[in-house]
Write a protein of this length. Structure first.
Length: 184
């Protein structure tokens, strides 16, 4: 908000300077004083405006983001699998393989649905309770966002680029360990 007010004042001072320079006879001492003062005020307000932008970006980038559970969903089963995607056109193309966790969950209407999540976004944790998946998002400290230096578009971009992460809680012993070295 301060940035907007400073920018408006700087713009108004700049227009006052241009008006004074164009329409007032510069040979009069009062006119010289008015032109000098408006140019000085314009310059100072532009410096304040630029400083405010720099401080706001710096402050916003230093706000600590913390994890918050957005949702939790009980799961019936889970399995890892690879999806192969790709495309070809006139002899050129590419094939990509990504690994996903596929899981079933029970809906409110007592039916089952399947969903998948990228393995790179997950963390597996053993639990003695009900198997479930927590969707984790980044959030900013509420107190820090109330500061006048906070640039909300910059903060929103930081939060959205962090994306969603998942914590998968599964019964102990669900991860199998299989070591095999063969010379084939």
């Amino acid at each position: 908000m301060l940035f907007i007010i400073t920018f408006i004042l700087a713009t108004a001072s700049l227009f006052a300077y241009l008006f004074a320079k164009s329409f007032i006879n510069p040979n009069r001492s009062f006119a010289k004083l008015a032109i000098t003062l408006t140019s000085l005020i314009s310059f100072l307000l532009i410096i304040v405006c630029i400083s405010t932008i720099i401080l706001s970006v710096k402050y916003t980038n230093e706000i600590k983001l913390s994890d918050e559970v957005k949702s939790s969903q009980n799961i019936v089963n889970i399995k890892d699998n690879r999806d192969t995607e790709g495309g070809f056109f006139i002899g050129c193309g590419e094939i990509n393989a990504k690994q996903y966790y596929y899981y079933y969950y029970k809906t409110d209407s007592d039916s089952y649905k399947v969903n998948k999540i990228n393995v790179d976004d997950c963390e597996i944790i053993y639990t003695k309770g009900t198997p479930h998946i927590d969707t984790i998002v980044k959030t900013a400290d509420e107190k820090a966002t109330e500061n006048w230096l906070t640039l909300m578009p910059n903060l929103s971009l930081r939060i959205s680029t962090a994306g969603e992460k998942y914590k998968i809680y599964i019964p102990e012993g669900s991860i199998t360990t299989d070591f095999s070295i063969d010379m084939e």
